[in-house]
Design a protein around this ligand. Structure first.
Ligand code: 13P
Length: 245
C-alpha cells in the first residue's frame, strides 16, 4: 500500500505565493518518480482560484485537500465552507480537528459532525489527534482512547474504512523537537489497535510534527507509519522535494 504525504500550507502564504509554490510542485514532480500518494492543502481562497482555471491548468500530479470543512451540508454557518462545494471544485481530502483549530475552540463533538459531513460529500477526512504535552504511556493510552471514543461514537465499520488519522503531538509541531520515529511508530500501533478492537478494520495513520527533509525517511521506514503530514517543510518546493525523495 503506498504511503501518503500531505502538505499543509496552513495560513502561511499569500494567494500569489501559494499559486507560485503549486506551480513549482507541479513542475518539480514531473522530474521525480514518486510512489507516494501526495495531497496538498492550500487555503480555501487558493482552492477556489485553482478551480476557476481552465481544465488543462487544473490537472495536478497530487490531490487537493482543504484544511477544514463546515459541519453542515449547507446552512447558517458564517465563515465556514461546505464540504459539498469543495468536492464540486475538485477537492478530495480534508484535514479535520487540526490542533490549531482545536485551539480556536473546535471540540470532538463538532469534529465528529464535520467528519460525518465530509464523508457524505465523499471527501476523505484526515482526523488530526495528538496530546498537548508529553505524557506517560498509560496517560497517552487513556487520552487517545478518549479522543477516538468521543470522535467516532456511532460510526460504522464502512465509514471507518474511509478515514485517515494523523497523529500530531502538539508539542512536536512547528519546532525542532519531533517525536522520535520509534515512539511515533508505537503510538500509531496503539491507535490502530484501538480502532481495530472497536471497528474491526485497519486504518492508515500518518505522522505530523516537525517533519523535514532530514528526518522524513526515518519515519517512513516504520511499518505503522503510513505517511506524513508536513507543515513548515511544505512551504518551499526545495524542502518538500527532500521530504518525498
Ligand atoms: P510542522 O511540520 O511545521 O511541524 O507542522 C505540522 C503540522 O501541523 C501539519 O499539519
Amino acid at each position: 500500500m503506498s504511503k501518503t504525504i500531505i502538505a499543509n500550507f496552513k495560513m502561511e502564504l499569500s494567494l500569489k505565493q501559494s499559486l507560485d509554490l503549486l506551480k513549482k510542485y507541479k513542475k518539480g514532480l514531473k522530474t521525480i518518480n514518486t510512489n507516494y500518494n501526495l495531497v496538498v492543502c492550500p487555503d480555501f481562497l487558493c482552492l477556489a482560484y485553482l478551480s476557476a482555471k481552465d481544465e488543462k491548468t487544473r490537472v495536478f500530479p497530487f490531490n487537493l485537500g482543504s484544511q477544514t470543512v463546515g459541519h453542515l451540508k449547507y446552512g447558517a454557518l458564517t465563515g465556514e465552507v461546505s464540504a459539498f462545494n469543495l468536492k464540486d471544485i475538485g477537492v478530495s481530502f480534508c484535514l479535520l480537528g487540526h490542533s490549531e483549530r482545536r485551539q480556536m475552540g473546535e471540540n470532538n463533538h463538532i469534529i465528529r459532525e464535520k467528519i460525518k459531513t465530509a464523508l457524505k460529500a465523499k471527501l476523505i477526512p484526515v482526523l488530526c489527534i495528538g496530546e498537548e504535552k508529553k505524557l506517560s504511556k498509560s496517560k497517552l493510552d487513556t487520552f487517545l482512547a478518549k479522543e477516538i471514543r468521543e470522535t467516532f461514537s456511532g460510526f460504522s465499520q464502512s465509514e471507518m474504512k474511509k478515514i485517515i488519522i494523523a497523529y500530531e503531538p502538539v508539542w512536536a509541531i512547528g519546532n525542532k523537537n519531533p517525536c522520535l520515529p520509534k515512539k511515533a511508530d508505537e503510538v500509531h500501533g496503539l491507535i490502530k489497535e484501538i480502532i481495530f478492537k472497536k471497528f474491526k478494520t485497519n486504518i492508515k495513520v500518518l505522522y505530523g510534527g516537525s517533519v523535514n527533509g532530514e528526518n522524513a525517511k526515518s519515519y517512513l521506514e516504520w511499518e505503522n507509519i503510513d505517511g506524513l503530514l508536513v507543515g513548515g517543510a511544505s512551504l518551499s518546493w526545495k524542502k518538500f522535494k527532500k521530504v518525498i525523495n
